[in-house]
Design a protein around this ligand. Structure first.
Ligand code: AGP
Length: 611
C-alpha cells in the first residue's frame, strides 16, 4: 500500500504541497519517497529511500521550484526499499507514481526487454512508465497513452502521470482497490490516495471510481471511462473532520480495518504468487531447495492475536510443508531454556515488530543458534532489524488496538511461507499448488461477501450484548479462530470470553454452560463438521444460547442454533479467514452497543513494548 499525491496550480509551491501531503500519507508506507515537479523548463525528480524526512532533507539542500508536481511514499510490494526503486519512475518525457500491484509485471518486463528497453529498477511501476512512454509516441496524447497502457495491466492500481511534453496537465487513473481522490481549489487542482491529505486545501472532492481516468488542469478535471467517454465530475463537499476522514467514513478505525481486510490480503499476496509457473516467490526469503531441505524444525513465537495466527501457522507448516513445527508464547519461550538444533528456524510474528517479549524471544532463539525469519507489518521495526529474513504483511498501519487486518494478513503470509517451504521440499505437485493458489486468489472476494452480512451480525450483537460470559468453540484451524474471537470480544467489550477446542468441552468447561452463557460454535463444512455438531448438541442440551458460524447452504444448522452467521464455502485453511470476520464484527458491535472505547480499550496499548 502506498500514498500518491499531486498538485497543479500557480500560487503554491508544488514541493511544499507534495511534502505536506506525503506527510499525511506516510502511514500508508514509508520505505522510500519521491517527487517530480515541472520547473517551467524540465521535469525535476527527487527521490530517496528511507523515511520521508530523508527526502525532505535532500530537498532542503536543493529545493525544486514549480507549481505542478506529483509525489509518492512507498510500501514495497516487490523491489526492495532503495533510491533506484523509489517513485516517481521516469521513461522518456514521462514521470509516474503508482499505488497498487501489477500482477503481470514479469510478462511486461520480458516484452519491454525484448524491444530493447533497459529497465533500471526492480519495480513493476517502472514498466508502466516505459509502456506509457512507448504508447505516447504512438498516441501523441498523454491520456490516450495512459488508457492504452492500463488495458495491458492486470492487478489493482492508482496511477498519476506527468509528461514534459504536456506539463500543464496531470493524468490520473484508478483500477481496483487503490483510491484516487481529486480536490478542487480556486485555479488549482489536487489529487491524493485519501482525503485527509487534501483537507488542508479543499473540501470539494471527487472520488474516482474503478476504471476511470481524469486529466487535471489548473481549472478543472476532465473525467473519462476506460474507453475515453466523458463522465460527470460533480465534486462533493466533504464535511468530515480530519480524524473521521482518516476513518474513511467508518465510525471507528477498527471497523474500517475490518473492512480493509480484503484489500490488505490482496496486497499481502501481491506479486508473490504465480499461477502460470505455479510458484510462490517471497522477496528476501531463501526458499532454495538446499536451504529448505536443511531445515529441521520451525518454532513460531508471538503474543496475543499474533500467537493465534501462529497456531494456524503451525498447522500449515506441518500439514503443507511436512516440517515439524511448534508454537510458543514469546513470554514463555524466552524463559524456558528452549533447545534449538542446527536447522532450527525461529519465526517471530508481530504486527508492530516492537513487542518486548517477542523481541526477547527472538534474541533467545538467535543466541541458541536458530535462523530467524520474522513475519512483520512494520518496516524498520526492531524485530525486523534483528532478523535474518523478514516476510512482510502489507496490511498498512493498524490504528485500532484490537488486531484485525494484521491478524488476517499474518495467516496469509504464513500460508505463503508454508506453500513455499512445501514446494521446495517437493511435497506439492503443480496441480495441488495451482489449486491452492487459485483458492488464495479468490479469498479477498469471499471475504467481501462475508463482510456484506454485517447487519445480521449486528442483530446478533443486539441480542447478546448484555451477556456477562461467552464461550467460543472450534476444531482444527477453527480452534485458534475461536481463541481469537474470544480475545476480540473480551478486549473491546470487556465481557468475559473464553475460546476452547470444541473437543475439550466434556473435560470441564461444559460445567459452565447454562442459558446465560451464549456459545459461539464455528461449524462450517469441514472434515470435522459432524464432530462439531455433536459438541454443539452437547451444549444445546444444557440450555446454552447458540450462535453458529456455518457455511452458506448448510440447511441442517438452522434447527440447531439460535443464530446462524453464514460464510462462503472455501477449503481449509483459508476458511479460517472467513470465519474470523463475523467474530470480529460481533465483538465490534457488542462493544459499540456497550459504549466502550472500541479503538482504545481500557488498560491496553497497541504495542506492548514492556515485559
Ligand atoms: C490483539 O487484538 C491485541 N491487540 C494484542 O494481543 C496483540 O496481538 C499482541 O500484543 C501482539 O502484538 P504484536 O503483533 O504487535 O506483536
Amino acid at each position: 500500500m502506498c500514498g500518491i499525491v499531486g498538485y497543479i496550480g500557480s500560487e503554491r509551491s508544488a514541493e511544499q504541497v507534495l511534502l505536506d501531503g506525503l506527510t499525511r500519507l506516510e502511514y500508508r508506507g514509508y520505505d522510500s519517497a519521491g517527487v517530480a515537479i515541472w520547473d517551467g523548463a524540465a521535469l525535476r525528480v527527487a527521490r530517496k529511500s528511507g523515511k520521508l524526512e530523508k527526502l525532505k532533507a535532500k530537498l532542503e539542500g536543493s529545493p525544486l521550484g514549480g507549481s505542478v508536481g506529483i509525489g509518492h511514499t512507498r510500501w514495497a510490494t516487490h523491489g526492495r526499499a532503495s533510491d533506484r526503486n523509489a517513485h516517481p519512475h521516469c521513461a522518456g518525457p514521462v514521470a509516474l507514481v503508482h499505488n497498487g500491484i501489477v500482477e503481470n509485471y514479469r510478462q511486461l518486463r520480458s516484452e519491454l526487454e525484448a524491444e530493447g528497453c533497459r529497465i533500471l529498477s526492480e519495480t513493476d511501476t517502472e514498466l508502466v512508465a516505459q509502456l506509457i512512454a512507448r504508447n505516447l509516441k504512438a498516441d501523441g496524447d498523454l491520456l490516450t497513452a495512459v488508457r492504452t497502457t492500463a488495458r495491458a495491466l492486470i492487478g489493482s492500481f492508482a496511477l498519476a502521470v506527468m509528461s514534459s511534453e504536456a506539463p500543464e496537465q496531470i493524468v490520473v487513473g484508478k483500477f481496483g482497490g487503490s483510491p484516487v481522490i481529486i480536490g478542487f481549489g480556486e485555479g488549482e487542482t489536487y489529487f491524493a490516495s485519501d482525503a485527509a491529505a487534501l483537507l488542508p486545501y479543499t473540501r470539494k472532492m471527487h472520488f474516482l471510481r474503478d476504471g476511470e481516468f481524469a486529466v487535471l488542469t489548473r481549472e478543472h478535471a476532465r473525467v473519462v471511462d476506460a474507453q475515453g467517454n466523458p463522465l460527470p465530475c460533480a465534486p462533493r463537499t466533504i464535511e468530515w473532520d480530519p480524524v473521521s476522514v482518516e476513518k474513511g467514513g467508518y465510525d471507528h478505525f477498527m471497523q474500517k480495518e475490518i473492512f480493509e481486510q480484503p484489500r490488505a490480503v490482496r496486497d499481502t499476496i501481491g506479486a508473490r504468487i504465480r499461477e502460470d509457473a505455479p510458484a510462490v516467490e517471497l522477496e528476501g526469503i531463501d526458499l532454495s531447495p538446499e536451504r529448505v531441505r536443511a531445515l529441521r524444525r520451525v518454532t513460531l513465537v508471538a503474543c496475543g492475536s499474533s500467537y493465534y495466527a501462529c497456531l494456524i501457522g503451525r498447522y500449515l507448516i506441518e500439514s503443507i510443508a511436512g516440517l515439524p513445527a511448534d508454537v510458543d508464547l514469546s513470554s514463555e519461550f524466552r524463559y524456558r531454556q528452549p533447545t534449538t538444533l542446527p536447522g532450527s528456524l525461529l519465526l517471530p510474528v508481530s504486527q508492530s515488530g516492537e513487542t518486548a517479549d517477542t523481541l526477547a524471544a527472538l534474541r533467545e532463539g538467535r543466541e541458541r543458534g536458530a535462523q530467524v525469519l520474522a513475519v512483520c507489518n512494520t518496516r524498520f521495526a526492531s524485530i525486523t532489524q534483528e532478523s535474518d529474513e523478514v516476510l512482510y504483511t502489507v496490511a498498512g498501519p493498524e490504528i485500532g488496538v484490537a488486531s484485525t487486518k494484521c491478524f488476517s494478513t499474518q495467516i496469509v503470509a504464513l500460508y505463503l511461507l508454508a506453500l513455499g517451504l512445501g514446494s521446495a521440499r517437493g511435497r506439492l505437485d503443480d496441480e495441488t499448488l495451482r489449486r491452492r493458489l487459485e483458492e488464495l486468489r479468490q479469498l479477498p472476494r469471499r471475504m467481501e461477501e462475508t463482510l456484506a452480512q454485517e447487519q445480521q451480525v449486528r442483530a446478533a450483537a443486539r441480542r447478546y450484548c448484555d451477556a456477562q460470559n461467552f464461550l467460543f468453540l472450534g476444531r482444527g484451524v477453527m480452534y485458534p479462530i475461536a481463541l481469537e474471537g474470544a480475545l476480540k470480544l473480551k478486549e473491546i467489550s470487556y465481557i468475559h470470553a473464553e475460546g476452547y477446542a470444541a473437543g475439550e468441552m466434556k473435560h470441564g468447561p461444559i460445567a459452565l454452560i447454562d442459558r446465560n452463557m451464549p456459545v459461539v460454535v464455528i461449524a462450517n463444512q469441514s472434515p470435522v463438521y459432524e464432530k462439531v455438531l455433536s459438541n454443539l448438541e452437547e451444549v444445546r442440551a444444557r440450555d446454552a444460547q447458540i450462535i453458529a458460524v456455518a457455511s452458506i447452504g448448510d440447511t441442517e444448522i438452522e434447527a440447531r442454533a439460535d443464530v446462524v452467521l453464514r460464510i462462503p464455502e472455501l477449503g481449509e485453511p483459508l476458511s479460517a479467514l472467513l470465519a474470523v470476520l463475523p467474530l470480529q464484527l460481533l465483538a465490534y458491535h457488542m462493544a459499540t452497543l456497550r459504549g466502550t472505547d472500541v479503538d482504545q480499550p481500557r488498560n491496553l496499548a497497541k504495542s506492548v513494548t514492556v515485559e
